[in-house]
Design a binder for this molecule. Structure first.
Ligand code: ARG
Length: 275
């Protein structure tokens, strides 16, 4: 019975619309339409149109978790500044973060071949890397520093000529030291900590590596120091497959919000004690 009435009503309204409608129909129809539109806008704000990712519902980050305080293993989980930042980005995008731990020099190939969505590894923006990936807004400043033994005669970069310098394979430390001193001076290690251990065993004369990891490494290996003079100034950003502007825009939007609301600073403060 009720159904019959509403069908009738609908038919009547349709008929009115068909003949141009009356002012009465227009006013009753309008609020309903406005509410629907408002609901739609609200939904769009809460959950932005899902960005397509490698695995549905996930944001796959690849990293090399040998780089405290940016990424390292804490028991069975990967933690650190990059892990926290990317978890916050994923949350904003309504996705679940998944972290893949691979060799540092495999990260860019992993991104450009579309196996992972983002590379976050304390990765320095360089012109060469920009040929293969796009970079997000930068989120940290960094520099390459020189680690030597406490009684070393090496006082600055110029003293490294003809010496053996340890680096992590494929990093800016590797690239710049190779360029400045020549391949014969460079000893490459899969992990930064392995280079630091080789230095403490005096197998090499120095290690060139990013400043914050350098501080963490030497706090665990006695007899080493970081020279005051740093070697380069760099900035970290997140690597994304070239041309994936949809993901790049979403990541940049999230980074902008995390910077603006203080989350980024809070994450950094959690891992780096300002001293
Ligand atoms: N900032 C340096 C670079 O981009 C070193 C990064 C190493 N990161 C890592 N997670 N092991 O080359």
């Amino acid at each position: 019975m009720k159904k019959g009435i509403s069908i009738l009503l609908a038919a009547a309204m349709l008929a009115m619309t068909a003949c141009g409608g009356s002012s009465a129909t227009a006013t009753t129809a309008a609020p309903a339409a406005t509410t629907a539109a408002a609901a739609e806008t609200k939904a769009a704000e809460a959950a932005p149109a899902a960005v397509k990712t490698v695995q549905e519902g996930k944001l796959v980050m690849c990293t090399n978790a040998e780089f405290p305080p940016y990424e390292y293993h804490d028991n069975n989980t990967i933690v650190g500044i990059d892990a926290d930042i990317c978890a916050a980005i994923a949350e904003k995008m309504g996705l679940e973060l998944e972290i893949e731990d691979i060799a540092f020099d495999s990260i860019i190939p992993e991104i450009s071949s579309g196996k992972a969505d983002i590379g976050a590894a304390g990765m320095t923006v360089t012109e060469d890397r920009k040929q293969n990936v796009d970079f997000s807004e930068t989120y940290a400043k960094a520099s390459q520093v020189i680690i030597v033994t406490e009684n070393s005669e090496v006082k600055g970069f110029d003293d490294l000529k003809g010496k053996k310098v340890g680096v992590q394979t494929g990093t800016t430390g590797d690239i710049y030291v190779t360029g400045d001193l020549g391949d014969e001076c460079v000893e490459r290690y899969a992990k930064g900590m392995e280079a630091v251990q080789a230095l403490s065993q005096t197998k090499i004369d120095a290690v060139v590596i990013d400043g914050e990891p350098a501080k963490k490494y030497i706090s665990e290996v006695p007899g080493l120091k970081i020279l005051d003079e740093s070697y380069t100034d760099e900035e970290y950003a997140i690597a994304i497959r070239k041309g994936n502007t949809e993901l790049l825009d979403a990541v940049n939007k999230a980074i902008g919000e995390l910077k603006a609301d203080g989350t980024l600073d809070a994450i950094v403060a959690k891992y780096i004690n300002a001293d």
